[in-house]
Design a protein around this ligand. Structure first.
Ligand SMILES: [Zn+2]
Length: 290
């Protein structure tokens, strides 16, 4: 797929259609798309996401550019905006409107049920999932604000629009019209909303908890999804072993340290004394997909 269709914001970039847009061909549109992508990736850490979704790191790597090149592209964008619209802000506004995808996505239409209650949506399900995760594994870090759900690509992840402690959940293109898949992925990403890092790699305990939690939700709702990548299965097994010994172990550890990335073997052994030191160490290692 061309870069113009791979924006992590879930937008399809379209050529500008300002009053003087004649002469802006596909190359120009691609330049805008490149700049969008590079800016986004400069600001985004793409979480590894659940198993069986490849290319996350490949996508990031392909957009790593020299800072000078990034500035160059930004300057091109600014000058073109002025050229097209006369006023840069007018053009910014028009671009925002044009770039909002019109592609349909299931799971957001609220309907009135025969009982008089409203139906669930992915939005309200996220509330349920977050509430359960916080009750079982400790409160989320409230200095981060979850924004909502987008669809794009083949790797579910969270990212940080604007680098202002806002968090967006990106589910895959396949989940856009598959609510069961969307719920499964959403339940995994819910765990990553407990203590977003803004970019650091998740440790095994966080990825294992996300995997375990989404497996439980899948079984509870009959979603029919599970993991077949060994690293996720192993991480989930390790985390489940910890919780089998200490059902509230993660919650108690997070009372002392909210962020999973700052967990240490010492913290785990202090809150869960019978956990072997090797197991505590493995839980705190950076998670490596594979
Ligand atoms: Zn994950």
């Amino acid at each position: 797929m061309p870069p113009s269709h791979r924006s992590p914001r879930g937008c399809v970039n379209v050529p500008l259609r300002g009053p003087d847009s004649a002469g802006f061909g596909i190359d120009d549109a691609d330049d805008f798309a490149d700049a969008d992508e590079i800016e986004d990736h400069a600001a985004v850490f793409e979480d590894a996401g659940p198993a069986a979704f490849d290319n996350a790191r490949g996508r990031v790597v392909t957009t790593v550019v020299h800072v000078g090149r990034l500035e160059h592209i930004k300057n091109i964008r600014k000058s073109r905006r002025r050229l097209i619209c006369g006023r840069e802000q007018d053009c910014e506004d028009r671009m925002v409107y044009q770039q909002i995808s019109r592609d349909p996505a299931e799971g957001f239409r609220r309907t009135r049920l025969p009982t008089g209650w409203f139906s669930w949506t992915l939005t309200t399900q996220l509330s349920e999932l977050l509430a359960e995760a916080e009750a079982r594994f400790g409160p989320r870090d409230p200095t981060w604000t979850p924004l909502g759900i987008e669809f794009d690509g083949d790797v579910p992840h969270i990212w940080y629009p604007g680098n202002r402690r806002h968090v967006s959940v990106v589910l895959t293109e396949l989940a856009r019209q598959d609510v069961k898949r969307a719920l499964f992925q959403l339940s995994h990403e819910t765990i990553h909303l407990l203590s977003p890092t803004g970019g650091a790699e998740a440790p095994v305990i966080e990825e294992g908890l996300a995997t375990m939690f989404s497996n439980q939700i899948s079984a509870r709702y009959g979603l029919g999804f599970s993991y077949d990548v060994q690293s996720y299965v192993t991480a989930a097994n390790l985390t489940e072993a910890l919780l089998a010994m200490y059902p509230d172990g993660i919650k108690r550890a997070r009372e002392r340290e909210t962020s999973f990335t700052k967990f240490t073997p010492q913290l785990i052994q202090e809150t869960c004394p019978n956990v072997p030191s090797e197991m505590a160490a493995r839980l705190c290692q950076p998670f490596v997909r594979g």
